[in-house]
Design a protein around this ligand. Sequence first.
Ligand SMILES: C[S@@+](CC[C@H](N)C(=O)[O-])C[C@H]1O[C@@H](n2cnc3c(N)ncnc32)[C@H](O)[C@@H]1O
Length: 180
Amino acid sequence: MATITDEVKLERFPHLYVKLDTPKGRGVFSTAPICKGTILDICPVLVLPPDEITRHIEHTTLNHYTYNWPSHSSAKHEDSKQPNGQLEQSSREPRRTTTQAIVLGLGSMFNHSRLHQNVAWQRDLERQVVVYRALRDIAADEELCISYGDRLTFKDAEQDGVCTDQESEIEVLSRIELEP
Ligand SMILES: C[S@@+](CC[C@H](N)C(=O)[O-])C[C@H]1O[C@@H](n2cnc3c(N)ncnc32)[C@H](O)[C@@H]1O
């Protein structure tokens, strides 16, 4: 029998729907009002190996749906000489790196709003899920939006803003600090 640590309890606010024809493409809405703090969805993620991202994902539409995902690399660090000439023992400690993950379910459907974000998201690295919560009370049929940050790689339907530097939307997504 599975113990509690073997399981991830999933939760979804039952009145959510996807609208197909918003100015941002598809988007997430609710037919019922939502109270601040409500869990909207808990979405499992598919963590991608870094080499798959550079070789494949970056060249596909999926690239617009990935979130940065901290991970640990167990790659052996280089040995290095100490000033006293002794060889420093190589570190076999896991090194913290970042890869990317596809968020399954509604997590990949939330659009960006700089000024009207009403949804916070938080990674749960251990359980490999992202938890989405209402940042404030939300009216029925108001779009549910997260913030991707300031610099976007697409034209913002709310602002006509276009990203001008090299930072990717994915990098921006990873920097968003969330409310608990
Ligand atoms: C994670 S997907 C969100 C779901 C997407 N709208 C769809 O139909 O599949 C991210 C993409 O949605 C679009 N998008 C999200 N927020 C937007 C915004 N504020 N303005 C314009 N397009 C937006 C962009 O094309 C972006 O690459």
